[in-house]
Structure formats: C-alpha cells, structure tokens
Write a protein that binds this ligand. Structure first.
Ligand code: FES
Length: 155
C-alpha cells in the first residue's frame, strides 16, 4: 500500500506534478515502506510501477512532460542489486544519454532525476520526494509543451 501525505507548504494555486517511474522490486517497495512507516512526503508525486528501471523508455519521459508533468523521476535498485542483474545499468547509461538531449527537446535537464532507492529505504524515499518537490517548486511549472497539451502544435 502506497500512502501519501501532503505538505501544505505551497499556498499558490499551482501544484507541481511529478511523475515517478519506479521499479517494482526496490523503489516501489521503498515507497511502500515509507507509507507503511508513516513517513510523510508531498502528494505531488504520481507513481508508475514498472518491473525494472531498465524498462523506462525515453519516450515515457517525453510523454510525461507532454501530458503535464513538471518533473520526472526514475528510480530503481542500487547498482549491483537489480532483480534482472543489469537493468539499472542499462537505465543509467540510456537515461544519462537522454538527459544530454533534453535541452534540444526544450526541457530543462534539472526537471529529470534518477535516484536509486532500495526496498529498505523508506526514509530515503520520503526525503527524496521532499527534495525534488522543493526543486520543482523553485523551477516553476513546465510550460514549453503546453500548446501540445491544448491539442495544437506550436507554429
Ligand atoms: Fe529494480 Fe532492475 S529490478 S532496477
């Protein structure tokens, strides 16, 4: 059971939207542990559970921004702990290369995070979510793709 608690620190109307792709075996379990341990973290985060961080395709990230995300997080098992041996190494290599292209796509690379969280790190998950929520609040809303969301293509 994933439990989220909200931080009511932001009084403006805009609420950040964070999409998090979590591997089932470590990071999702870590987020679950945070919930069961009652570690509060901001409700801005929407979790997508995948078998492994290696499953994350860069298109998932682009689509998340297109659909209104202000920040995207990918989290999986620590290096050496992947349930599928090397999925997180593939993820790291692929997604760090993708980050290099983000500026070209009109997305500030600071809006994309990768972090390793194990099933035993509920407290780390809670502080990670607090930290990235504070960062995205400082960055403000991601509006470069807003015309795509509205159904129109920028001229
Ligand atoms: Fe967790 Fe591969 S199973 S990163």
């Amino acid at each position: 059971m994933i439990q989220q608690a909200s931080d009511s620190t932001d009084n403006s109307k805009w609420q950040p939207r964070i999409v998090a792709f979590l591997c089932n075996w470590c990071s999702y379990a870590g987020a679950d542990l945070a919930g069961m341990s009652r570690f509060a973290y901001p409700a801005a985060i929407k979790i997508v559970r995948l078998p492994c961080s290696g499953r994350v395709d860069p298109m998932f990230i682009i689509k998340s921004f297109e659909q209104g995300a202000d920040l995207v997080l990918v989290s999986g098992c620590h290096p050496g702990d992947c349930h599928y041996t090397s999925g997180n190494y593939h993820a790291r290599r692929k997604l760090l290369a993708f980050r290099e292209l983000m500026t070209f796509l009109g997305i500030d690379p600071r809006r994309f995070k990768i972090s390793w969280v194990s099933a035993a790190e509920g407290a780390k998950w809670s502080s990670l979510v607090k930290e990235i929520t504070a960062e995205v609040i400082a960055l403000g809303p991601f509006e470069n793709y807003s015309k795509l969301r509205a159904g129109g293509i920028a001229e």
